[in-house]
Design a protein around this ligand. Structure first.
Ligand SMILES: O=C(O)CCC(=O)C(=O)O
Ligand SMILES: [Fe+2]
Length: 410
């Protein structure tokens, strides 16, 4: 595997095993009752709400069809994304994200201290998007950000109908559709938790949502690297368009097996993220997922991350907390978490991967030890404090970033 940069090599226990399970995939939900004028529409809607609730509880993931997003809008964003990533690297790098603007292009995404085999382009939804300027808890200074768009290179200017020439318009058109869809999905999720339909809307008035174009080039090391390492989404909800190549896997809650999410033309994959886990007081869970590579094909996907406003304090909703179900989480400031997460990208980029330069065997031994310690510590509830100190030590000394947004109650 001489050609693979060690930065991309997953720790042994997270390297994908051949033969992922495909059976019994994540639920498949038809949203057509939302638009139905039939007399029995209300019972179909009740059924839909219970399907959504079951999917959120059992999987944290589901796929939707008849969602109302025109297929041409999706085709346009897919074409524009392909054309953008086909631009010369120096053109893409003109929109590189940095500490001053966290939105734009990057080919240096890192998940849990290992590089992902991919390139991305992030753009804002609100213009401007308001975030905290720093991760310091008492620093209330705000920063207003807008997307960076590629300047069309001279030879592209002749192709006036090139999709990447219109990337800004196409992304805006797609984002508008995602806003409508996430609005409906939030209402269904609220109803499924026994809440008022509009219970979540107030959290997104000045949303910090963003959308991402993902380009995953084919990779010669399918046993060692991942297109995207295992993670849970920090967004409240993610809506994802994947192409027909596949690779997304979801960790099944019942047994921890990785389950392949079958690409379905024109369907969207929806998952609940950390804030919904906290708001629902653990009724729903933000579930781990990853993307395994393909050694022959490239892959494109477009996630829309629905994020709260910077000033939102995320804590279990009072309607879902009582004596029988005490609050399971300490609250957290969405905006401060987001600033920490986004700014840590740049701290990570300037530091070397802890595994860099080590021989593969040594690397595997270290990562296995870290994994075993982590498992043992996690099993013993009363060692929570030790885990915290351990995580802090690791993040400080070894540049591993703590990525969890929430903290459970003691
Ligand atoms: O590309 C995919 O299938 C998944 C993307 C994803 O999980 C993410 O960007 O958080
Ligand atoms: Fe994700």
């Amino acid at each position: 595997m001489g050609e693979v940069d060690p930065d991309f090599i997953q720790p042994l226990e997270h390297q994908p095993k051949p033969g992922t399970l495909e059976a019994e995939g994540i639920p498949f939900i038809d949203l057509s009752p939302l638009n139905s004028k039939e007399p029995d529409a209300s019972s179909a809607l009740d059924h839909l709400v219970s399907e959504i609730g079951d999917a959120c509880k059992t999987w944290g993931f589901f796929q939707v069809i008849n969602h109302g997003v025109p297929s041409q809008v999706r085709q346009r964003i897919e074409t524009a994304s392909k054309e953008f990533f086909a631009l010369p690297k120096e053109e893409k790098k003109k929109t590189s994200r940095d500490e001053a603007n966290i939105f734009g292009y990057s080919d240096l995404e890192i998940t849990k201290s290992v590089r992902d085999w991919k390139e991305i382009f992030d753009c804002t939804i609100e213009n401007p998007t308001v975030i905290y300027a720093s991760d310091e808890p008492d620093d209330k200074e705000l920063r207003e950000l807008t997307s960076q768009w590629p300047q069309s290179p001279p030879d592209l200017r002749q192709l006036q109908n090139s999709a990447s020439f219109f990337l800004v318009e196409i992304c805006q058109e797609y984002a508008a559709e995602m806003q409508k869809l996430t609005h409906k999905l939030l209402e269904l999720i609220a109803l499924s938790l026994g809440l008022e339909k509009d219970r979540f809307h107030g959290f997104f008035k000045e949303q910090t949502s963003f959308m991402r174009l993902n380009y995953y080039p084919s990779c010669p090391a399918p046993q060692l690297a991942l297109w995207l390492g295992r993670h849970k989404d920090a967004s409240a909800m993610t809506v994802l368009a994947q192409d027909d190549v596949g690779g997304l896997e979801v960790k099944r809650k019942t047994d921890g097996e990785w389950i392949f999410v079958k690409p379905i033309p024109d369907a969207y994959i929806v998952n609940v993220g950390d804030p919904i886990q906290v708001w629902s007081n653990d009724k729903y869970e933000s579930v781990e997922h990853r993307v395994t590579v393909n050694s022959e094909k490239e892959r494109f996907s477009v996630p829309f991350f629905l994020n709260p406003s910077h000033y939102v304090w995320v804590e279990p909703l009072h309607e879902l907390v009582d004596e029988e179900n005490p609050s399971k989480y300490k609250g957290y400031s969405w905006g401060k978490f987001y600033a920490t997460r986004k700014l840590s990208n740049f701290k990570k980029l300037t530091s070397e991967n802890i595994f860099q330069g080590l021989g593969e065997a040594y690397l595997n031994l270290i990562s296995l030890c870290v994994f075993l310690i982590e498992e043992v510590v996690l099993c013993v509830e009363s060692f929570r404090v030790i885990l915290h100190i351990y995580a802090c030590m690791l993040s400080k000394n070894l540049n591993i970033c703590c990525t969890s947004s929430y903290q459970k109650m003691d």
